[in-house]
Design a protein around this ligand. Structure first.
Ligand SMILES: NC(=O)c1ccc[n+]([C@@H]2O[C@H](COP(=O)([O-])OP(=O)(O)OC[C@H]3O[C@@H](n4cnc5c(N)ncnc54)[C@H](OP(=O)(O)O)[C@@H]3O)[C@@H](O)[C@H]2O)c1
Length: 311
């Protein structure tokens, strides 16, 4: 068997990421060996790579083919095309993945599309779930041009919500309208009448403070990211005096304790296969460009998702 290569942290490399030989993975009984064909990058793991010690292996999102099925006889068979989610180390040629973090891919779904599902897609799916049935509800998505925002706008629209996308600049309006946003707000002009039943807030800083004031009394604000800043000030009197009740701290790894990743991954794959959901892949490159793409992601040089093809 050929050497297994993986992305590892090297503080001296551009973007602190390089491809290096790593040990061949060994599978437990409920784990399958996957030959990876595509991976995608997320802000959180790239941010962590910027601080992690040499040798750390980032990577949450992967798509590929089962090379060896789980030895307990469960999960997808050899040759099945799959999408998978790992807590780290997914950016490699071969990885082992627990069967409950794998979903089979319909033929119509490409590896590149599938690689965008795990963190960005599942985060949007589970975070929207905090608002209950969304038919006719008013939903605000901040950071709407990012990986999570892209899925959130599309999925909220599919669920029957009235969707408002919040973006930083006026030139981003056409992008989010194309995803399905009914309304777009630019900058922190978030205040709305009527107010929002559900807010997915991933920017933090001033944006979260402003968003909270635009929340319906019985609404839910899901705080899930701090792309701008983790320091937030908000008008606490306005929050309690209006009787607002729910600010939900969301962490995808915690959410997946209640429902295995395989369930949501399959739902996302089926929606893409049916032509109802279309991941916004604005960059598709060979994985040897990981260092540059990671830097471009952190500098926000492209919208939506970046996918890397693993050879
Ligand atoms: N809690 C969880 O479980 C969880 C799961 C997934 C993601 N997250 C977090 O959620 C956030 C969104 O994730 P993502 O993958 O969508 O990230 P992303 O692709 O990098 O998108 C970031 C989004 O935030 C916007 N933004 C506004 N102000 C920004 C600023 N000062 N710096 C950078 N971006 C800014 C960007 O707008 P422009 O397009 O104008 O740059 C873009 O829409 C990230 O902070 C991520 O770490 C958390």
């Amino acid at each position: 068997m050929s050497t297994n290569l993986a992305v590892v942290v090297d503080p001296d490399a551009p973007g602190r990421l390089v491809i290096r030989p790593v040990p061949e993975p060994t599978a437990d009984r409920g784990e399958a060996l996957v030959r990876v064909h595509a991976i995608s990058l997320n802000r959180g793991e790239v941010r962590r790579s910027g601080m992690a010690a040499a040798g750390w292996r980032p990577g949450w999102d992967l798509a590929g083919v089962i090379e060896r099925a789980a030895s307990d006889g469960s999960g997808p068979a050899v040759g099945t095309r799959v999408v998978g989610f790992l807590p780290e180390g997914a950016w490699a040629q071969r990885v082992v993945v627990p069967k409950n973090a794998l979903a089979e891919l319909p033929d119509k779904v490409t590896f590149s599309q599938a690689a965008t599902f795990p963190v960005a897609g599942l985060t949007a799916l589970h975070a929207l779930g905090k608002g209950g049935p969304l038919l006719g509800k008013r939903v605000l998505v901040t950071g709407a041009t990012g990986g999570v925002g892209d899925f959130a706008v599309q999925l909220a629209r599919l669920a029957g919500a009235h969707v408002t996308a919040s973006v930083r600049r006026a030139d981003q309006i056409p992008t989010v309208r194309q995803l399905g946003a009914h309304d777009v707000v630019v900058g922190d002009a978030i205040a709305a009448m009527p107010k929002y039943d559900l807010i997915l807030e991933s920017v933090g800083g001033k944006t979260l403070g402003t968003a909270l004031a635009a929340l319906e009394r019985s609404g839910v604000c899901v705080t899930l990211g701090v792309s701008a800043s983790s320091e937030v000030t908000f008008d606490a009197r306005d929050f309690f005096a209006t009787g607002r009740t729910t600010l939900y701290g969301f962490y995808i790894f915690t959410e997946l304790g209640s429902e295995p990743a395989s369930v949501g991954l399959r739902r996302l794959a089926d929606l893409v296969a049916a032509g109802q959901l279309s991941p916004h892949i604005s960059l598709e490159r060979p994985w040897k460009e990981i260092g540059q793409v990671a830097q471009d992601l952190m500098a926000r040089r492209f919208p939506g998702k970046a996918v890397l093809v693993v050879d």
